[in-house]
Design a protein around this ligand. Structure first.
Ligand code: 6YU
Length: 509
């Protein structure tokens, strides 16, 4: 086994936060190249101009902006955040991933629902969700999935709460059904019945009041300003854009023309035919891409344990629909417009006709703040198969459906249509194939660790660390977040840096 970094060639695949983070930490140790399929860096951090400001197509918030969050620290270091985010009090708030925003809840009958009835049902849901996080290490589980567990508890508790008043009970169930849809967005899944109960509590929420990046239409704003700054900190020529990798051959012996003395174990071939030889490759492509392509992407194929982890872990879709209005129809203090379908219940089978019902999965809208920066813009969230169906529709169809929905919810048949629409389509994105990972029924945190495990597996292999794996889906406690992605990139860079610094052992005879 050889140590010593000089002359080592490292290729990283994917310039999201994991790839950029790894590249930054590796700078100065041998040669480094970062190959990115898209024409921009940032991956699932993607800010676009919209209305009079910006729209975050991917990551929206820094979850838990506090000293323990590296994305918060880095963004603060680059002076990318507003004064609110930096306030000490905000960094200490514990919201457990569910920040409170002043809200109104629209019912499908066209009236705002009673805030007391809504908050009672939400309180019950929050209590049950908290208890769903307590099963780590438990052998005898009450249910395999978070969804089944929650529905079992709801079935037991709601009749008692309704006290015989059927309307109140129906409303409570309808609000609980809406809470489950919100959880689908947070976990990036079609149904909470797909999310494993036992490891659910392993995900860690950091303290701090979730914050956004200032969204004015200036050149340095929005979440993308972070990967843009990270790119600027790299030596010129490190990142090659529009360089999609087709295959990674490893365990090989590749020589470069004119340099017969040196051989490399890994060869990275791009879709445009270019090829790069390397000692080490850090793979940061999303789990959705790996699920679809791992068989052909790696030659020889990955070991069975890794393949099983890729297959078992979950990777679902959460999309956003931005609507711009000439004038707001909501009160200025409202920051969240929630939707409750009053005829729904978590205890009944969900509707399966996507064409007729897809929009009922939408959880509601966040009002982009402040309006002076963004204009009057709502951002809707929708997860699961309904979200994937939405991706197949035209902008006109989505805008038409959203107009009808908002007219129904507000009880105002003359509500002006939005001026424009913009939505994300993460499931159709060929180099992502979904939004983020979750621990699915049948998988566990051990699968996340198996996904993160470098290859070859044999610690005695004379050419170790040929393939290293980073990306949000490889972080056991912060999966699905930007800070998880960044930390995973740093982790793999550190692994290589330590290897490079290790003294070369005496050659084996
Ligand atoms: C967060 C948030 N957030 C909303 C939506 C999405 C995500 N996240 P990347 O994909 O970035 O990079 C890989 C690159 O590889 C990419 O550029 C590809 O083009 C490239 N590539 C692929 N194939 C290639 C090839 N063949 N050759 C070359 N290049 C190739 N996170 O912190 N706050 O508000 C949200 C949200 C709609 C889609 C989010 C959020 C997730 C993050 O965006 C994501 O994790 C990271 O950006 C990924 O970085 P990366 O480098 O790994 O991959 C209990 C429990 C619950 C668990 N969940 C709770 C947390 C909830 C998560 N929050 C989500 C909410 C929103 C709204």
């Amino acid at each position: 086994m050889e140590g010593g970094g000089s002359g080592r060639r490292v290729v990283a695949v994917g310039a999201g936060l994991a790839g950029l983070g790894a590249a930054r930490r590796l700078c100065g140790h041998g040669s480094l190249l970062l190959l990115e399929a898209a024409g921009r860096v940032g991956g699932r951090v993607c800010t676009r101009p919209f209305a009079s400001g910006l729209a975050e197509m991917g990551a929206h918030w820094i979850h838990g902006p506090s000293p323990g969050n590296p994305v918060f620290q880095l963004a603060t270091g680059y002076s990318l955040l507003g004064p609110e985010a930096a306030r000490e009090e905000n960094q200490q708030v514990e919201v457990g991933g569910h920040p409170f925003l002043p809200s109104v809840t629209y019912g499908s009958s066209g009236k705002a629902l009673s805030p007391t009835a809504v908050s009672e049902a939400r309180h019950l849901f929050d209590t049950l969700l908290e208890s769903a996080r307590t099963f780590q290490g438990t052998k005898e589980l009450p249910a395999p999935s978070v969804g089944q567990y929650l529905r079992g508890e709801i079935a037991q508790r709601v009749p008692a709460l309704g006290e015989g008043r059927e309307d109140a009970r129906r409303l409570q169930l309808a609000v609980l059904a809406a809470c489950l849809k919100l959880e689908c967005c947070i976990s990036g899944t079609h149904s909470m019945d797909l999310v494993a109960l036992e490891p659910f509590g392993e995900y860690v929420s950091l303290p701090g009041l979730d914050c956004t990046f200032p969204g004015g239409a200036s050149s340095c704003s929005g979440y993308s300003s972070l990967p843009d700054c990270m790119l600027s900190a790299l030596p010129e020529g490190t990142v090659l854009l529009n360089k999609a990798v087709r295959t990674i051959q490893w365990k090989g012996s590749f020589r470069e023309e004119g340099d017969e003395a040196r051989n490399f174990p890994v060869r990275v071939e791009c879709e445009d035919g270019d090829a790069f030889l390397a000692d080490h490759v850090i793979v940061t492509v999303p789990l959705g891409f790996l699920k679809e392509h791992h068989q052909d992407f790696f030659q020889p194929p990955l070991p069975q344990r890794k393949v099983e982890a890729i297959r078992r872990l979950g990777f679902g879709t959460n999309n956003k629909i931005f609507l711009e209005f000439e004038k707001p129809f909501w009160d200025p203090q409202q920051q969240l417009l929630e939707v409750v379908w009053e005829d729904e219940s978590p205890l009944e089978e969900p509707r399966t006709d996507l064409e007729a019902n897809w929009f009922k999965k939408l959880i509601g809208f966040v009002v982009l703040q402040p309006p002076e920066q963004h204009g009057h813009v709502l951002c809707g969230f929708i997860a699961g198969k309904e979200s994937e169906y939405m991706e197949t529709l035209s902008d006109e169809e989505v805008l038409g459906t959203m107009t009808r929905l908002l007219r129904m919810l507000t009880g105002n048949p003359h509500l002006p249509a939005p001026r424009s629409v913009l939505r994300s389509r993460w499931h159709s994105a060929p180099y992502t194939r979904g939004s983020y990972s979750y621990v699915a029924v049948g998988s566990s945190g051990d699968d996340i660790d198996a996904l993160a495990q470098p290859l070859p597996e044999d610690p005695e292999d004379p050419r170790p660390l040929q393939l290293l794996f980073a990306g949000e889906a490889t972080h056991r406690t912060f999966y699905s977040t930007t800070h998880g992605a960044l930390l995973s990139g740093w982790r793999e860079a550190e692994r290589l840096n330590q290897f490079f610094q290790a003294p070369s052992p005496a050659p084996r005879l």
